[in-house]
Design a protein around this ligand. Structure first.
Ligand code: TXA
Ligand code: MG
Length: 330
């Protein structure tokens, strides 16, 4: 008789607790014990662990099902922390931090030896960010450390923009979820590498390339081609269960019963197919996009047809995520 290895034990459901911003002390305690706390940010919810603890950071990779080589962003309380986590810091990085932190910008720098090597996937660089959410800033101050935190979703899935999304993906795999309300930006941070060469964009997000160029006074190089340096640079990512198709207008495609349409700036038209209507400009579309993708899955969509917005500074970030959500799955 052949005995197949038993499947790994699934964590117990219903054990992850959502706490409120009045219960920060409990979150601090869990983090200090090496546990995992999902935290709100203005972009998406993060899955936080003590960035100086190899064991805590390894638990993040396990909870997400994230391959070990993919580095995590380290969240810190203020730009003053930059010198603790990074070395050889370029003036352009300091300018960017002073202007855009707290905010949706991650800066890749040469790392110091404070961070657990597992957090940065064994690299000699570190992605740093000060998130713009009052409860998480307070949490970081009280914890008095850095939080290694990827988006708090299963690897490859849609990022969470509400506390319940975290529980839907990671129940039993994370100790606490700090509920800070819906995410204001709704898409992950802009990532730029600021080392010796030109400022290089690794992922578009809530801070536009134009704003970065205006501040540093030099062109930003697009680093998204070439080798997959960021997990969000993998072809298929940010993906719901149903296949995604992006069209310029909903009349461009013949809709079938299983379809759910997510459309920018379309009034909830009478008689139109099952439609989730989002804002007309890229910023308001971005804010609702991930919740809409989750909702479409929950509606049993066999295909998600998306009509994207056409204006707004967040447009490159929106189109980037739609490209990945609609890419062929591995
Ligand atoms: O808005 C965000 O950035 C959210 C919130 C929670 O802060 N976080 C987030 O994390 O999106 P995650 O792990 O899902 O995506 C982080 C990206 C990955 O693509 C990772 O490869 C890249 O940042 N990254 C982190 N550290 C890096 C490094 N040292 N070099 C290159 N890429 C890095
Ligand atoms: Mg992610």
């Amino acid at each position: 008789m052949s005995s197949a290895a038993p499947p790994p034990a699934e964590p117990e459901a219903g054990v992850t607790e959502i706490i409120t911003v009045d219960q920060l002390d409990r979150a601090v305690e869990v983090l200090a014990d090496g546990g995992l706390v999902a935290f709100p940010t203005e972009t998406v919810y993060g899955l936080g662990a003590d960035a100086e603890s190899s064991a805590a950071v390894s638990a993040v990779f396990e909870a997400k099902g994230r391959p070990a080589g993919h580095p995590l962003i380290v969240h810190v309380a203020s730009a003053r922390q930059i010198d603790r986590w990074a070395v050889d810091i370029d003036d352009r990085a300091r300018l960017l931090a002073a202007e855009f932190w707290p905010g949706p910008l991650t800066i890749i720098l040469r790392r110091s030896d404070v961070v657990a090597p597992e957090a940065v996937g064994g690299r000699d660089t570190i992605g740093l960010r000060v998130p713009d959410h009052p409860a998480t800033l307070e949490l970081l101050n009280r914890f008095d450390g850095g939080l290694a935190g990827p988006s708090a979703n299963r690897f490859g899935h849609v990022s969470p923009t509400a506390a319940q999304h975290v529980v839907d993906d990671l129940d039993g795999r994370v100790d606490l979820v700090l509920d800070g309300g819906p995410a204001r930006v709704g898409l992950e941070s802009t990532i730029v590498e600021v080392l010796d060469g030109p400022v290089t964009l690794l992922r578009p997000g809530g801070v536009s390339v134009e704003a970065i160029q205006a501040l540093v006074g030099e062109p930003v190089v697009d680093g998204r081609d070439g080798q997959s340096r960021a997990a969000g640079m993998l072809a298929s990512h940010y993906a719901p269960s149903a296949p995604v198709m992006v069209v310029a207008g909903h009349s461009e495609v013949e809709l079938t019963d299983g379809d759910v349409v997510i459309a920018s700036g379309l009034p909830e038209a009478e008689g139109l197919h099952r439609t989730i209507s989002l804002g007309g400009d890229a910023a308001s579309f971005a804010q609702g996009l991930y919740a809409a993708l989750r909702q479409a899955d929950a509606m049993g969509a066999t295909r998600i047809v998306i009509v994207p917005p056409s204006t707004g500074p967040l447009l490159p970030a929106v189109l980037d995520r739609l490209l990945k959500a609609s890419a062929p799955r591995p």
